[in-house]
Design a protein around this ligand. Structure first.
Ligand code: SF4
Length: 126
């Protein structure tokens, strides 16, 4: 297994960190969606989570967060602004998302309402 993991979306790094940070504590909504959409041994579900929408058109990339149009965890107008800078969560864990920028009003997200039944297996404590 890799020691260090880099998660990319539409050609940009959205999250990077030690494998256990990414797999046990995913931070970016895209990484969370990926973790929620994988099967977990021993867990029965009728349907796996599926990230809604489509990737942006590569010949007409937006100037805001590339994941915004698919993101179910948006923080309001700030997510319509310029592409979010990378934020450091630990010595080795980094994420590019306004949810982790200082002073941003981050809405509570009920993952079950998004169709994310559980992040069990990803290690996420929600
Ligand atoms: S910056 Fe906003 S739109 Fe982009 S992933 Fe984070 S919460 Fe979602």
């Amino acid at each position: 297994m890799a020691d260090y993991v880099v998660v990319m979306y539409s050609g940009r790094i959205v999250e990077k960190g030690l494998a256990e940070e990414i797999f046990l504590h995913p931070a970016h909504p895209y990484t969370i969606g990926l973790m929620a959409s994988k099967p977990v041994v021993g867990r029965k579900v009728d349907k796996l989570y599926s990230i809604p929408g489509k990737v942006p058109n590569p010949i007409n990339m937006p100037n805001y967060c590339y994941f915004r149009d698919r993101c179910e965890m948006r923080c309001g107008e700030i997510c319509d602004g310029e592409y979010p800078a990378m934020v450091q969560l630990s010595d080795t864990h980094f994420v590019s998302c306004y949810r982790f920028h200082e002073g941003v009003d981050v809405p509570e997200i009920d993952l079950s309402k998004l169709g994310i039944i559980s992040l069990e297996g990803s290690g996420k404590d929600e």
